[in-house]
Design a protein around this ligand. Structure first.
Ligand code: ADP
Ligand code: MG
Length: 353
């Protein structure tokens, strides 16, 4: 038999690793803009403006009035795994910031052209910074700006040929997903004015998301979806377990207002927008038993101690693991049955006894 040669194992070169990993943190336009908006929220901003050029295809920019970035941090700002939010693993259990891995700016440098303008309250002038593919500062100039930070990304995915092609082909779809995601942040960010505008062609600019920065979820729902949608909703506050409470709004059983299945459904864990396909499925199924002609709107925030949930599951942090997910889903089902099928609920509780 022919001799099989065993290939030698070698480290991948650093630049290639960077390129491989960056494409996992930033999957598409929505995840790219999401990272910037989360950074602004983490910086304590009360005003966040997102500007897209050509639906984000040409560039996107996030302007905030947060704490700004100190000049001491410029050199390490966009280096991989450099963060002001986490320094050791145990901190992960008590984390309250959106970011913690120090990957977003580094990945965006790799995938596009990143510039930052920033100023803290200790500086009289702002600084404009340009970065190369590896997150190193290539240019530093003073400029005028209020306290806060502006991050601009041009030509996203220009160095990943396949992704780049997909990005341009699907731009309208990605844009739609982005607007829905920004709506999730507009709902959850209390006391933050969030605006998104898109500029196309000859400087025609459209405002696509706009909240006033109210302190209540109710007001945010009204500004995002309008009064008509709001009047079809019912506030819920569900006791799920000793460590889990669900607060939010659900469609009244006789009055659905989603236009299609899954439309206007937003799930949060301690205010962080996440995907919860199992919860969504449950809400849809139970709603159907009460109203088979319409779809339910759902805005549900799972309030849990940070030690029982893990958001460090996927690079984009959209997935969460709960300790005891099965029993949370069971209790949620009971609670939803009481709302949508009161007769069935008492029946199933009796059976269980
Ligand atoms: P992470 O958010 O996980 O820390 P990022 O790469 O998103 O990683 O950001 C790196 C660091 O840059 C943050 O930890 C923060 O200190 C700083 N930073 C990024 N964006 C802003 C912003 N808009 N305002 C203030 N600081 C920021
Ligand atoms: Mg971040």
């Amino acid at each position: 038999s022919p001799a099989l040669t065993s290939p030698s194992i070698k480290p991948i070169n650093k630049n290639a690793i960077h390129r491989i990993c960056s494409g996992q943190v930033i999957l598409d336009l929505p995840s790219a803009v999401k990272e910037l908006v989360e950074n602004s929220l983490d910086a304590g901003a009360t005003s966040i403006e997102v500007s897209l050029k050509e639906y984000g295809e040409e560039s996107f920019q996030v302007v905030d009035n947060g704490c700004g970035i100190s000049p001491n941090n410029f050199k390490v700002l966009a280096l991989k795994h450099h963060t002001s939010k986490l320094s050791d693993f145990p901190d992960l259990q008590s984390l309250t910031t959106f970011g913690f891995r120090g990957e977003a700016l580094s990945a965006l440098c790799n995938l596009g052209e990143l510039t930052v303008e920033t100023r803290t309250q200790n500086e009289k002038v702002a600084t404009h910074l340009s970065f190369d593919r590896f997150g190193l500062v290539t240019d530093e100039r003073t400029t005028a700006r209020q306290v806060g930070t502006t991050v601009t990304v041009k030509k996203l995915f220009s160095n990943l040929p396949v992704r780049c092609k997909e990005f341009h082909r699907n731009i309208r779809k990605e844009y739609g997903k982005l607007i829905s995601l920004l709506n999730a942040y507009a709902l959850t960010a209390k006391g933050v004015r969030l605006v998104c505008k898109n500029t196309t062609g000859k400087n025609k600019s459209t405002v696509v998301v706009k909240t006033q920065g109210s302190g209540s979820l109710k007001d945010n729902i009204i500004t995002v979806f309008g009064t008509n949608t709001f009047t079809c909703l019912e506030p819920v506050s569900l006791f799920i377990s000793e460590t889990c409470q669900v607060d939010g709004f659900l469609s009244k059983s006789g009055n659905g207002s989603g236009r299609s299945l899954g439309d206007r459904q937003f799930f949060f864990v301690n205010g962080r927008p996440v995907d919860m396909p199992k919860v969504s499925k449950l809400v849809n199924e139970l709603y159907r038993s009460a109203n088979s002609k319409q779809y339910p709107v759902a805005i549900m925030n799972f309030v849990v101690p940070t030690r029982v949930c893990d958001v460090n599951v996927t690079p984009d942090k959209r997935k969460v693991f709960f300790t005891d997910e099965g029993s949370i889903l069971n209790s949620l089902k009971e609670a939803l049955l009481k709302i949508y099928s009161p007769n069935l609920a008492s029946f199933s509780v009796q059976k269980a006894d």
